[in-house]
Design a protein. Structure first.
Length: 138
């Protein structure tokens, strides 16, 4: 019985140590949540879906490399026009620097050369338009 109590004490001490060290290393920066919208050309929707299918690795690893997580794209038709809504969470420490590095990646440049012509940016935009976040439920 004493031996079991001794091991139980050791396990509790290890659990507390792990919890405390985990809490101490939790990120200090809040997650940056980004929503964006762009039109998509109706005759390119099937190709766009194929390129973004779960089975196509595309540039997913680059998104993760530059701290972009939970990246999702949704498609919806509004009043006869097609739009994509994109969402991701940025978890890094320097958004502008990470986006510049991602923009400089040769594979990302090639990806955008294929995808950008499929899109129809909103008026006065060159690509995805950033959206204002007005609500978040943690």
């Amino acid at each position: 019985m004493k031996r079991n109590l001794k091991w139980a004490g050791v396990l509790v001490a290890l659990a507390v140590t792990a919890f405390v060290s985990g809490a101490a290393t939790q990120r200090q920066n809040p997650i940056k949540r980004v929503g964006m919208v762009v039109g998509v050309k109706p005759d390119r929707i099937a190709e766009y879906k194929r390129l973004h299918a779960d089975s196509n690795a595309g540039v997913r690893d680059l998104l993760s490399k530059y701290h972009m997580h939970n990246f999702s794209i949704f498609l919806h038709q509004i009043e006869g026009k097609w739009y994509e809504f994109g969402y991701y969470e940025y978890t890094g420490d320097d958004f502008d620097a990470d986006m510049a590095k991602l923009d400089a990646e040769p594979r990302n440049k090639e990806w955008l050369k294929v995808c950008d012509p499929m899109q129809a940016p909103l008026a006065n935009e060159k690509g995805w338009a950033k959206m204002e976040r007005v609500y978040y439920n943690p």
